[in-house]
Design a protein around this ligand. Structure first.
Ligand code: SAH
Length: 241
C-alpha cells in the first residue's frame, strides 16, 4: 500500500528525501515526485505547492498516477483559536474552506453540490498521526501542546490580527470553530473524499496569523518546522509497519 507524504514546504521535505531508500524522482505537471521506501514501506513524496488549486492538483496526481492509497500532510499554519500557540501542533479532525461563499444559493461555507461545509480526516490514520506526533516530539525533547480539531483553509496568508479575529468570529458564528488557518488542507481533504482515500494532516503552528505573522512564519520554518515534520513522519512510517 503506497503512502503519499505531502509537505507544504521544501524545508519540510528535504530530510525525508534524505531518508528515502531507493529514491526515484519522477516529473509530472511541473512537479517532482519522489518514490522510494521509508521503514520498508512504499512511499511517494511531493510538495503540495501553495493554495487550494495547486494542492488539489498534486493530491489528484498522487492518487491517479502514483496509486497512493493514503495521504498524510505536514505543514505549518497560523494559530487562530485562543490557546493555540507558536510551536504547538494541530492534528486536523476536519477541514473547512473559510473563503467558500456561494450564498445565497448555498449556505455560507458549504461546498456547492456536496451538501457539506466540512470534510473529515480518517480517524484511524489521524490516531496514528497523533501517536507519531507525540513520539516525534518526545524524541526531539519538546513539550509542545498537541491539539485536535477543525482547521480552516483558504487562498490567503492571514497576517493581520483583526483579520484573524474576524475570520475566527465568522466561522464560529456559523458553528465552525477552527484551531488554525492554512492554505491547502481542505482542498486535499476534498480530493481524498472524492476518491474515498484516507487522509490525515498535521500542522505545526508557525505564527498567530496576526500582524507579525509574515516575520514569524519564515523564521519558524527555517528553525523549527522542518525538524518537527521529519521526526513525526519518521515515527509515523515506523508505526504504520
Ligand atoms: N513565502 C512562502 C510562502 C508561504 S505561504 C514560500 O516562499 O514558500 C504560507 C504557507 O504556510 C502556506 O502553505 C500555508 O498553508 C501556511 N501558513 C502558515 N501560516 C499561515 C497563515 N497565517 N495564514 C495562511 N496560511 C499560513
Amino acid at each position: 500500500m503506497t503512502t503519499a507524504i505531502l509537505s507544504a514546504l521544501a524545508e519540510e521535505q528535504q530530510g525525508l528525501i534524505e531518508l528515502l531508500h531507493r529514491p526515484r524522482r519522477v516529473e509530472r505537471a511541473g512537479r517532482s515526485f519522489w518514490q522510494g521506501e521509508l521503514h520498508g514501506q512504499p512511499v511517494v513524496l511531493a510538495l503540495s505547492r501553495i493554495g487550494k488549486v495547486a494542492a488539489a492538483t498534486t493530491a489528484t496526481i498522487l492518487i491517479e498516477a502514483f496509486d497512493a492509497q493514503r495521504l498524510v500532510f505536514t505543514g505549518v499554519a497560523g494559530g487562530i483559536a485562543p490557546g493555540v500557540q507558536v510551536g504547538d501542533v494541530v492534528v486536523a479532525q476536519e477541514f473547512v474552506q473559510h473563503d467558500m461563499d456561494a450564498s445565497p444559493l448555498f449556505p455560507r461555507y458549504q461546498v456547492p453540490l456536496y451538501g457539506r461545509e466540512r470534510f473529515d480526516c480518517d480517524a484511524v490514520l489521524s490516531s496514528a498521526l497523533i501517536a507519531a506526533t507525540r513520539s516525534g516530539l518526545q524524541q526531539l525533547g519538546l513539550q509542545a501542546a498537541v491539539h485536535q480539531g477543525l482547521v480552516a483553509s483558504g487562498d490567503r496568508f492571514v497576517s493581520a490580527a483583526q483579520e484573524a479575529r474576524d475570520l475566527h468570529a465568522a466561522l464560529n458564528a456559523a458553528g465552525h470553530a477552527p484551531l488554525a488557518v492554512e492554505m491547502e488542507g481542505a482542498a486535499v481533504a476534498q480530493v481524498c473524499h472524492d476518491y474515498g482515500i484516507p487522509f490525515a494532516a498535521m500542522r505545526t503552528i508557525s505564527d498567530r496569523a496576526d500582524d507579525t505573522a509574515h516575520l514569524d512564519f519564515p523564521k519558524f520554518v527555517r528553525e523549527v518546522a522542518s525538524r518537527y515534520a521529519l521526526a513525526i513522519l519518521d515515527a509515523f512510517m515506523y508505526e504504520l509497519k
